[in-house]
Ligand binder design. Structure first.
Ligand code: GDP
Ligand code: GDP
Length: 436
């Protein structure tokens, strides 16, 4: 279930973010639309041949105003702690520098596979520059050019060949995996504890799942759950842990393993930009989502207050209009009982399948009600639709010309599908495909 992780390390300006962008390609991201600092994205999915993996650009993890060497040390630590394979990047134009040797020293101590990329080899004449890098002691240096996209294939072949054997897939039972994400201090740890104490369950730490999180088993309402708790496990003493980028990275790793993601908001301090950003990642990853407004004990709580807060949440999280909102207090356990049913419902919808004939009845009714759009005299023709995947539910709609399926019409069809089948708590995906 877990994807392999590749980290790119190297001193500044060798081309880490250039290579990162090459590996993850042009992926449309709603998160990127949220204004923020540059070099925002340091963790994303990449693929090569039949492998999909996640890439970390460690250059994006900056720790305050620390001197360069300290920054590089922390970046290498992140790579060693988080990655399955490390790409050590150097600059072929400049040759080996003292800073490269510093990074190399840190990497020697890890027992992770390391693949050496010599970047900025922009043309074949420059290839001979790679030889001096043998002396770094990481075996064959790969000549690459991030700027021109050259040589990446050979490098990636080596990276992929070093991926660990696929970890045992968890048995495909009905266990619901969920994680809690949100800013520091929203109450993630408190909520996990409240859930566990409340249920007086046999709390068992599951062994060897990952080093990133503690997985705890929870049985409630005849349903098995696993809580993926990143907040509860802190790598004590690691300086980089306090950086925002790193906490986002940890959250992303947890999201990836989850069926349902609880997006926590602090009722006391209200909604912040960072909340939206974190929630955006869960949405993009196609996970089921429940919005949890915690610390509800601090609010004058009545139906009116709930309604008002709900309106605020809806206005801020337009892209999560499908997510149910639960108001509770991890501290007093007020309304805590409303959480597990919401998780169960979101999960059920996340893996719901709609029969093709039923789906098409809904599509045809929708089209009869709101005729398909035209563009330059050509009208969109919808032939039929079918559900092709779950988690999240994904639909392919066969049409005459996919370009004619305008965003607003796709949205209209999505709304009709939601009206007919619910899908509370889960994103759904709709793809238009050409069929004559
Ligand atoms: P980082 O600090 O390691 O992330 O490095 P960047 O990716 O920001 O790149 C640093 C500079 O090197 C930028 O000006 C890039 O345009 C340039 N650069 C990156 N890759 C190549 C390459 O393959 N060839 C050349 N000539 N320049 C490159
Ligand atoms: P985390 O960083 O997201 O794991 O947050 P914690 O669980 O450590 O909680 C941060 C702080 O918020 C602690 O002081 C908690 O006692 C407090 N807190 C957590 N949940 C609640 C709640 O429901 N109500 C109130 N008033 N405080 C809470």
């Amino acid at each position: 279930m877990r994807k392999s992780v590749v980290a790119i390390v190297g001193r500044p300006n060798v081309g880490k973010s250039t290579i990162f962008n090459r590996l993850v390609g042009e992926r449309i991201s709603i998160v990127e639309d949220i204004p923020g600092v540059t070099r925002d994205r340091i963790y994303a999915e990449g693929d090569w041949l039949t492998s999909t993996f996640n890439v970390i650009d460690t250059g994006g993890i900056e720790i305050g105003d620390e001197p360069l060497l300290v920054q590089m040390r922390h970046q290498a630590e992140v790579a060693i702690d988080e990655a399955d394979v490390i790409i050590f990047l150097v600059n072929g134009k400049e040759g080996i520098t003292a800073a490269d040797e510093e990074v190399a020293k840190l990497l020697y101590k890890s027992n992770k596979p390391i693949v050496l990329g010599v970047n900025k080899i922009d043309n074949p004449e420059m290839r001979e520059r790679i030889y001096e890098f043998y002396s770094l002691g990481f075996g064959e240096p790969y000549p690459i050019s991030g700027a021109h996209g050259l040589g990446l294939g050979d490098l990636l072949d080596d990276v992929v060949s070093n991926f660990p054997e696929k970890p045992e897939e968890a048995p495909d039972d009905d266990t619901i995996y969920f994680s809690l994400i949100g800013r520091p201090n929203v109450g993630k740890s408190s909520l996990v504890n409240a859930l566990l104490n409340e249920e007086r369950v046999i709390v068992s730490e599951m062994e060897g799942t990952t080093r990133d999180a503690i997985d705890t088993h929870l049985h409630k309402d005849d349903q098995d759950f696993v809580i993926i708790d990143t907040a509860g496990m802190r790598k004590r003493g690691k300086v980089y842990e306090s950086t925002e980028k790193y906490s986002v990275l940890r959250a992303l790793k947890a999201i990836e393993r989850s069926d349902v993601v609880l997006v926590l908001i602090d009722a006391e301090t209200g909604i912040r930009e960072q909340d939206k950003k974190i929630a955006g990642y869960a949405h993009e990853a196609g996970r089921a989502i429940v919005i949890v407004v915690n610390k509800w004990d601090t609010i004058e709580s009545d139906e009116k207050a709930i309604k008002e807060f709900e309106e605020k949440v809806r206005a801020h999280f337009l892209f999560l209009d499908y997510a149910p909102i639960v108001f509770l207090s991890a501290r007093t356990k007020k309304r805590l009982h409303t959480l597990i049913p919401a998780i169960g419902l979101a999960s059920e919808n996340h893996s719901k399948r709609i029969a093709t004939n039923v789906l098409n009845d809904v599509l045809m009714d929708a089209i009869a009600m709101n005729p398909t759009p035209t563009l330059k005299g050509k009208r969109l023709k919808v032939l039929y639709g079918t559900q092709v995947a779950v988690k999240p539910p994904s639909f392919v709609i066969f049409v005459n010309e996919p370009e004619l399926m305008h965003f607003s019409y796709r949205r209209f069809l999505e709304n009709k599908i939601r009206e007919a089948f619910g899908f509370v708590g889960t994103p759904i995906k709709i793809f238009a495909r050409k069929r004559q």
